[in-house]
Design a protein around this ligand. Structure first.
Ligand code: MEV
Length: 437
C-alpha cells in the first residue's frame, strides 16, 4: 500500500484522519477517538485553531498556569506561563515570593533595534559596488515608503541600511544590512516586506548602472530575510539584597551567596554547564513567550547566539557580591510583539496579555526577562542547597500518580508518604501497588 498522497491538504479533517489511520496506524480507531476527543465543541473556536496551520487534525494541550507575586519596577504581576515541565511554574512562584520581600525585580530595556539582510553575490570590482550602493541608497529607501508609512507614523520604521563586505568569509558575498524599529510588533512581516522590496529595487536599478553594464557584472540577490539574532534588542533584569537576607534553610547567607556566584562563574566558563544553566532560564522565558503568543523558536535561536558572542557558549546571567550586597542580573535579547501574529487571534493569548495589563512590547520584554531570571534563581538555589531532584520529583509525583490512575485518596496518601521518602518512578509504583493489595 502506498504511503504517499497528493492533494492531502484539500481533504476534510475526517478524511485526513481516516487516511492516517489506514496508512500509518494499522486501522486502529482508538487514535481517531483520541484526536477527536481534543476537538473543541465550539465549532467557531475550533475552526480558528484549525486555520493556524495546514493539515490540523486536533489540538495539543499544554497547561496554562500562573506565577503570582512578581513585583517588577514596583508593579505587581501574575505571570501567565504555558509549559509542560512540572516544576517550572512552582519554581517561578517561589522565586517571585522570595524577591517580593526583598524589593522585587528591576528591569529596563536597553535597546530595541531589529535587523535583516539582503544577501548578495557580486564578483565584480568592490569599488563599483560601493559606488552603486551610494547611488541607489535613496531609491532603496524611497521604494519602501508605502510599506513603512504606517510604522513611521507611529514613530518606527527603517533606521539604517548599509552595504557590508563579507568577501573575507565567502567569495563574492556582500549584504545589505538594514536595521529597524518596529515598536509594538515583533516586526517579522514588516522587516521581510521591506527587505524584499530592497532586493527588487537593488536588482532593477543595477540594470541601469553603466559600470555593471560595461563589465557585464551585476550584483545578484540570493535571499532577503530578517535576522533572529538581535544583539541590539536587549533587556536587563536584576535583583539585589544584602547577603544576610539570602539565608536558606540551614545554609547561611554568606555561604549561599558565595556558592551562587561560583555556580554562575562555572556557567560562564564551561559550555557543558552553560547550556543547562541557560536552558533553565529559557524554561521561564519560553513559558511566558508561549502564553503571550510570541515566537519562542526565534527567541531561542537569538538567545543562544547571544550566549556565544564571546566565542564560547556562556551564561547569560551574572552575579556578584560587593561588600554586603548580593546582585544578580540577566541581559537577554528579546524581539517580542504585543500586536500582530497570534496576539490578536488566539483567545488565550488575549487573556494572557490582559492578565499582564496589556503591556507594551517593551514592558513584555521586561516581564519575560524577569521570568528567566527568576527561573535561574530558583534552579541555582536548589542546585547549591538541596539538589534539583527533591523539588522536581515532588512535582513529578503527581504525573506518576496520574499515569497510574491513582484515586484522590491514593494521591493524598502518596503525598504524605513521599514527604518522608525518596521519590522515584519505581518507588511510587511499588507504593501504589502496596496500597492496592
Ligand atoms: C531543568 O529543566 C532546568 C535545570 O536543569 C536548570 C539548571 O540546571 O540550572 C534545573
Amino acid at each position: 500500500m502506498s504511503k504517499t498522497i497528493s492533494g492531502f491538504s484539500k481533504k476534510t479533517k475526517a478524511e485526513k484522519i481516516q487516511w492516517l489511520t489506514d496508512t500509518f496506524l494499522d486501522g486502529d480507531k482508538s487514535h481517531e477517538t483520541t484526536l477527536k476527543k481534543y476537538w473543541n465543541e465550539d465549532t467557531t473556536l475550533q475552526s480558528l485553531h484549525d486555520d493556524f496551520i495546514e493539515n490540523t487534525l486536533s489540538n495539543y494541550y499544554l497547561p496554562f498556569g500562573i506565577a503570582p507575586n512578581f513585583k517588577i519596577n514596583g508593579t505587581l504581576y501574575a505571570i501567565p506561563m504555558v509549559i509542560e515541565e512540572s516544576s517550572v511554574v512552582a519554581a517561578a512562584s517561589n522565586a517571585a515570593k522570595f524577591w517580593l520581600s526583598r524589593g522585587g525585580f528591576k528591569s529596563e530595556v536597553i535597546a530595541t533595534e531589529k535587523n535583516g539582510q539582503v544577501h548578495l553575490n557580486f564578483f565584480g570590482n568592490k569599488e563599483d559596488l560601493i559606488t552603486y550602493f551610494e547611488w541607489v541608497k535613496p531609491k532603496l529607501i524611497e521604494s519602501i515608503a508605502p510599506i513603512q508609512k504606517n510604522m513611521q507614523k507611529r514613530g518606527g520604521g527603517l533606521l539604517s541600511v548599509e552595504l557590508k563586505d563579507g568577501t573575507h568569509k565567502l567569495d563574492g558575498y556582500y549584504q545589505l544590512h538594514a536595521t529597524f524599529e518596529t515598536l509594538e510588533a515583533m516586526g517579522a512581516n514588516f522587516i521581510n516586506s521591506c527587505l524584499e522590496q530592497f532586493a527588487k529595487t537593488f536588482e532593477v536599478e543595477a540594470q541601469k548602472f553603466a559600470v555593471f553594464n560595461k563589465n557585464n557584472q551585476f550584483p545578484k540577490v540570493v535571499m532577503s530575510i530578517l535576522s533572529n539574532y538581535v544583539p541590539h534588542c536587549i533587556v536587563r533584569a536584576s535583583v539585589s539584597c544584602s547577603v544576610s537576607e539570602l539565608t536558606h534553610h540551614d545554609c547561611d547567607g554568606k555561604t549561599f551567596a558565595k556558592n551562587f556566584v561560583r555556580a554562575i562563574e562555572i556557567a560562564k566558563v564551561e559550555p557543558y554547564r552553560a547550556v543547562t544553566h541557560n536552558k533553565g532560564i529559557m524554561n521561564g522565558v519560553d513559558a511566558v513567550i508561549l502564553a503571550t503568543g510570541n515566537d519562542f523558536r526565534a527567541v531561542e535561536a537569538g538567545v543562544h547566539a547571544y550566549a556565544s558572542r564571546g566565542g564560547t557558549y556562556s551564561s547569560i546571567t551574572e552575579a556578584t557580591i560587593e561588600g554586603e550586597v548580593f546582585k544578580f542580573w540577566i541581559e537577554i535579547p528579546l524581539a517580542l510583539g504585543t500586536v500582530g501574529g497570534l496576539t490578536s487571534l488566539h483567545p488565550l493569548v488575549k487573556t494572557a496579555l490582559q492578565i499582564l495589563q496589556n503591556p507594551s512590547a517593551k514592558e513584555l520584554m521586561q516581564i519575560v526577562a524577569v521570568a528567566g531570571l527568576a527561573q535561574n534563581f530558583a534552579a541555582i538555589r536548589s542546585l547549591i542547597t538541596t539538589g534539583i531532584q527533591k523539588g522536581h520529583m515532588k512535582m513529578h509525583l503527581m504525573n506518576i500518580l496520574n499515569q497510574l490512575n491513582a484515586t484522590e485518596k491514593e494521591k493524598k496518601q502518596a503525598a504524605t508518604y513521599f514527604k518522608e521518602h525518596n521519590i522515584s518512578h519505581r518507588e511510587v509504583v511499588n507504593y501504589i501497588e502496596t496500597l492496592r493489595t
